[in-house]
Design a protein around this ligand. Structure first.
Ligand code: NAD
Length: 508
């Protein structure tokens, strides 16, 4: 394995489990080379026009403009609030307004004194890494986030290759997105950015080529823009609805997709609890991230009687020892237009605590459902839980893994734990192809069966317990010795992927 200045890259570190599992199954050397690096790394730039901004003045600057006459503008239409305190200024709304501008500064009643900052063209770095497609079309999420990189997307794309194999859906692996903080841009700007991304990437996408889905910072609305842009002008465009998944159910999305990742996390937890003879009713849960995955997991567990005692996100942590009122928290985060960063911070039904204290909260289950590398060795030392169920991708570092193992804290690895999303994405794709609409109950029944079966195989591989019980046949996967669950999951993935190369052979 190559190293830079003797130091492994993030991607190389992420691939360590791959190499361990490949060694254990004696993987064909050419297959290993095929999987070691992505098929394609697309890096490109997208440009859009940014609207003018109202930028708040500092108190010192504002003092200079104390006597500026308040302008009467049609507030709702004229300025759209952004999470960084600025407003998007829609100039057309000023046409009917009575305004005073002095040296580019405007006083807006109840809002403050702002400098008008001219908009204009901006460029953003975009990525799509297509890791592998031997089992089916490339598949994976689109992330809009300020901290993304080629290395990160390579690791996440490879994870999708393993995950689709583990979930037994006929897809490969991909991941991509744009380096941007989406909270600092208007809805219209995000729409334009998404359309431009698809405009540039269009020829590499398709329902049988590469199928994006939502990830951090993206949602069903953004998937709708992507689909529209991809199908635009196509005569038989209804054939193409499966080009993205995670769509709104009214335009071809699947019932149950919105909550599918959280639902899958809970199905895995249920299996763990069943085996341990542990009751989820009344158990204590801490969750990091309260976006799609975190909030769905919280809602489902809360409905089952579990107590979500603490939630941490990018902007704060709330804690309530008796359990947070999860529906009220969902309301506060996702249905409150004034909560621009969609954060749990300032939730009135809980106490604010530090992130440091969050990891120390006494609980039974910990569900990381935010970004990667959060459960470091240090954090793992502090955790007071019995199980870490990885809703996020790559939330635990190598050191974190060692410490969790030493401390006998169980882990349900991401590649199975959060595979509910891609599994229901496959159901959505199937429904699109067949022009069908399944009920949520049908979707969840299939999802439960798929995840529970594959999680059972992974546990058998981990314990070296080859057996054939009902739908679960772990005999082809066990390697003759016990392994950790993460390696076990990778073994299952690699055996399924390798079979394609070995049976189909290589095109030269
Ligand atoms: P989201 O954008 O809906 O929510 C992300 C959440 O993480 C937000 O609450 C945000 O505040 C929080 N967060 C961001 N940075 C943080 C930080 N530094 N510390 C604490 N919290 C932070 O994203 P999502 O779709 O829920 O995805 C969450 C994780 O689950 C990601 O790792 C993603 O790759 C993974 N995942 C998502 C899906 C899916 O279907 N959406 C499927 C599989 C895996």
């Amino acid at each position: 394995m190559s190293t830079r200045n003797g130091k492994k890259s993030f991607y190389e570190e992420a691939m360590e489990t791959f190499h361990r599992a490949a060694d254990l199954i004696g993987m064909n050397p050419r297959v290993r080379l095929e999987l070691e690096e992505p098929d394609f790394e697309h890096i490109f730039y997208v440009t859009i026009e940014i609207r003018d901004r109202l930028v708040p003045l500092s108190d010192e600057e504002a003092a200079e403009f104390q006597d500026i006459r308040p302008s009467s503008v049609k507030a709702a239409a004229a300025h759209e609030p952004l999470a960084n305190g600025q407003f998007v200024l829609h100039r057309r709304a000023l046409l009917e307004s009575d305004i005073e501008l002095r040296r580019g500064v405007i006083n807006i009643p109840q809002k403050g004194v702002f400098r008008v900052q001219k908009g204009g063209p901006r460029k953003f770095k975009a990525y799509r890494i297509q890791h592998n497609q031997v089992r089916g079309p490339y598949k994976g999420g689109i992330r809009f986030h300020k901290d993304v990189s080629l290395d990160l997307f390579k690791a996440l794309a490879a994870d999708m290759t393993w995950k689709t194999a583990i979930a037994e859906v006929p897809f490969g692996g991909a991941k991509g997105g744009i380096k941007i903080d989406p909270f600092n841009y208007s809805r219209e700007e995000i729409e334009h950015l998404t359309l431009r991304y698809v405009y540039k990437f269009r020829r590499f996408m398709g329902p049988f080529l590469d199928i994006p889905a939502p990830d951090v910072g993206t949602n069903p609305e953004i998937m709708a823009y992507m689909m529209r842009q991809f199908m635009d002008g196509e005569r038989e465009h209804h054939k193409m609805r499966g080009v993205v998944t995670g769509k709104d159910v009214r335009i071809g999305g699947s019932e149950g997709r919105l909550r599918a990742t959280g639902q899958g996390v809970v199905y895995c937890i249920e299996e763990w609890a069943k085996e341990k003879g542990f009751s989820l009713d009344g158990c204590r849960v801490i969750i990091q991230g309260f976006g799609n995955v975190g909030s769905a997991s919280a809602e489902i567990l809360h409905a089952m009687g579990a107590r979500v005692v603490a939630v941490n996100d990018a902007n704060g942590t709330v804690y309530r020892d008796a359990g947070l009122d999860v529906p009220a928290l969902v309301q506060h985060v996702h249905h409150n237009p004034a909560n621009l960063r969609r954060t749990v911070a300032r939730f009135p039904g809980g106490t604010a605590i530090s992130k440091d204290d969050f990891w120390r909260v006494d609980a039974d289950l910990c569900i990381p459902a935010a970004l990667g590398d959060e459960i470091t060795g240090d954090v793992a030392e502090r955790l007071r839980v019995r199980l870490v169920a990885e809703g996020a991708n790559g939330p635990t570092t190598r050191e974190g893994d060692h410490v969790l193992a030493q401390r006998k804290i169980d882990v349900i690895p991401d590649v199975i734990c959060n595979a509910g999303g891609v599994t229901v994405s496959y159901y959505e794709w199937l429904q699109n192809r067949r022009l069908e609409q399944w009920t949520e109950a049908e979707v969840n029944q299939r999802l439960a069966a798929a995840l529970k079966k594959n999680w059972a195989i992974i546990r058998d591989v981990a314990r070296n317990r080859p057996q054939h019980l009902g739908a679960v046949d772990s005999r082809p996967y066990c390697v003759g010795r016990e392994v950790d669950v993460r390696t076990a999951a990778m073994i299952v993935a690699l055996k399924r992927i390798e079979a394609h190369y070995l049976l189909e052979g290589f095109s030269q």
